[in-house]
Ligand binder design. Structure first.
Ligand code: UTP
Length: 289
């Protein structure tokens, strides 16, 4: 029996420099794909996977995220504002119950590992998920649920992985694989952003993780890795040998919404999934090409 995963950490302390000037005053996680901010897609995925507690690690200028998770709406009494309040109420049934959302601050963006470390007191001594809002995954079964199913079977740490082109390995955390059945890979090593000629494989980690709380012991050391940042990959790599560690080739399509092209692709793909938009979007796309 493995210990259940009840909590998910959403590190949202990054600066989002690739989306400047849009992210000068607006948190990257609040950028909408169609009519929903990125953060809401990933929270809904976590909810659909059975997560009960949502922990946001925020940074400077991210107060709009807290407002998005607020049940109360600060609107005036004019008919227009009242109509907006009613419309908002109608689309608010996804909000986690009061008491299920917590925030903590990452004072400086020192890296993803540091952001996760900032959540240690809120996570406590239990396994937890980490969800990066940059990665949207369009799939029939929520990506995090797929990971949790593997975790039920294997325990330890489980990460979502996908194959990337060989010349792109320098952008990702890459696996060194001990065994692979084509779906689940047993991990014997991890390298953060290796050059293509040094990459042990082309399997890269994407933004969904199930981690054992012992990861905090490694993160406590605050060791800097690639790019001078405190890397989550390095902490996970230090745990290899002490815990089972697997990578799942999830079913679904992942969009890197931290990049401009990924964000655009997600907007088109999600629009094509929607009955109210599909025909119009198809017509438009055909006219453009
Ligand atoms: P990125 O590497 O995409 O960094 O972080 P970023 O700052 O968000 O964006 P760019 O590269 O400047 O455009 C991946 C994820 O890790 C979080 C980010 O918020 C994002 O969800 N992160 C990164 C933190 O929470 N804190 C950090 O110090 C770094």
């Amino acid at each position: 029996m493995v210990e259940p995963v009840r909590k998910a950490v959403f590190p949202v302390g990054g600066l989002g420099t690739r989306f400047l000037p849009a992210t000068k005053a607006v948190a990257k996680e609040m950028l909408p794909v169609i009519d929903k901010p990125l953060i809401q897609y990933t929270v809904e995925e976590a909810q659909a996977s059975g997560i009960e507690q949502f922990i946001f690690v925020t940074g400077r200028g991210k107060s709009s995220i807290e407002k998005h998770f607020d049940h109360a709406v600060e609107l005036g009494t004019s008919p227009a504002e009242q109509a907006k309040a009613r419309a908002l109420k109608a689309v608010s049934d996804w909000l986690p119950e009061p008491g299920r959302v917590s925030y903590t601050i990452q004072p400086e963006p020192l890296g993803l590992g540091h952001a996760v470390w900032c959540a240690r007191e809120l996570v406590g001594d239990e396994p937890f998920a980490v969800v990066l809002t940059d990665d949207l995954v369009l799939s029939p079964i929520p990506c995090l649920k797929q990971l949790l199913d593997v975790y039920q079977e294997k325990g330890g740490n489980v990460v979502a992985v996908e194959d990337v082109p060989k010349d792109q390995t320098h952008r990702y955390g890459i696996l060194d694989v001990a065994g692979d059945d084509g779906r689940v890979a047993e991990i014997k090593g991890l390298v953060e952003k290796p050059k293509p000629e040094e990459a042990p494989s082309t399997l890269s980690i994407i933004g969904r993780y199930i981690l054992q709380p012992q990861v905090f012991r490694y993160l406590d050391r605050h060791q800097r890795g690639a790019g001078g940042e405190i890397q989550l990959t390095d902490a996970m790599a230090s745990m290899i040998g002490d815990f089972p560690f697997h990578g799942l080739r999830f079913e679904g399509r992942r969009f890197d919404c931290g990049s401009k092209i990924g964000f655009l692709e997600a907007s088109v793909a999600y629009a094509l999934e929607r009955d109210d938009l599909r025909d119009d979007v198809l017509r438009f796309l055909r006219s453009m090409v």
